[in-house]
Design a protein around this ligand. Sequence first.
Ligand code: SF4
Ligand code: SF4
Ligand code: FES
Length: 236
Amino acid sequence: MEKIVFSILRYDPEKDKKPHYQDFDVEIRRPGMMILDGLNQIRWEQDGTLAYRRSCREGVCGSDGVNVNGVNMLTCVTHITEVVKKGRLVIQPLPSLPLVKDLVVDLDDFFNKYFTVKPYLISKTPPPHRERLQSPAQRKKLDGLYECILCACCSSSCPSYWANPEYLGPSAMLNVARFVEDSRDDGADERLDMLEDRIGVWRCHTILNCVEACPKSLNPTQAIATLKKLLVQRRF
Ligand code: SF4
Ligand code: SF4
Ligand code: FES
């Protein structure tokens, strides 16, 4: 049976002075095995102390982002065969986020930035009897924006995010664009005000790592470019 080596960054804050790599052999027992299947095989059959996050197993919850062979991705929707190099996967936690244990990182800062941008409908009109309607064209403008699953693969791959701890990052800004483009929302100005600041859009240098990393094929760079344009238009 074919075996792949999973070289995993291990760190137990109660035992280890610093992180180190540990190799595990994973058996390819059926076609189409995902990286998460390999991690489960290790945890269930070889080392029950291996820590990693997962929940839905189908690319919806966003909990299992890690870095594999240098690229951020979700383990549950990535085939081992898609990314294996010379029979090996090097698996690390998402870069730049505080390490908790093994592949688990602390996402508090990431989510605090998301909450900072008020990711909910702000309406200045009283609620209608049933619902706030949109035309098909207005609804279509949200495609490519509303699908974010908050996995942090984009923000933790962004060099500006690494270098500027206060920078909101691509995920939070994609979520600003999601509401700014929503015909039912009246909060564009207060959100855009936030992005004029040094924590906002001008920290993006169009390096595009975020686009490569997004497992939902979203384009935070394009969303940021739209927000930059709106900020400039607002001045005139
Ligand atoms: S395009 Fe902007 S947000 Fe995306 S990785 Fe580059 S600097 Fe970061
Ligand atoms: S934009 Fe993509 S990579 Fe970033 S948090 Fe959302 S789903 Fe994840
Ligand atoms: S386990 Fe939910 S997105 Fe992968």
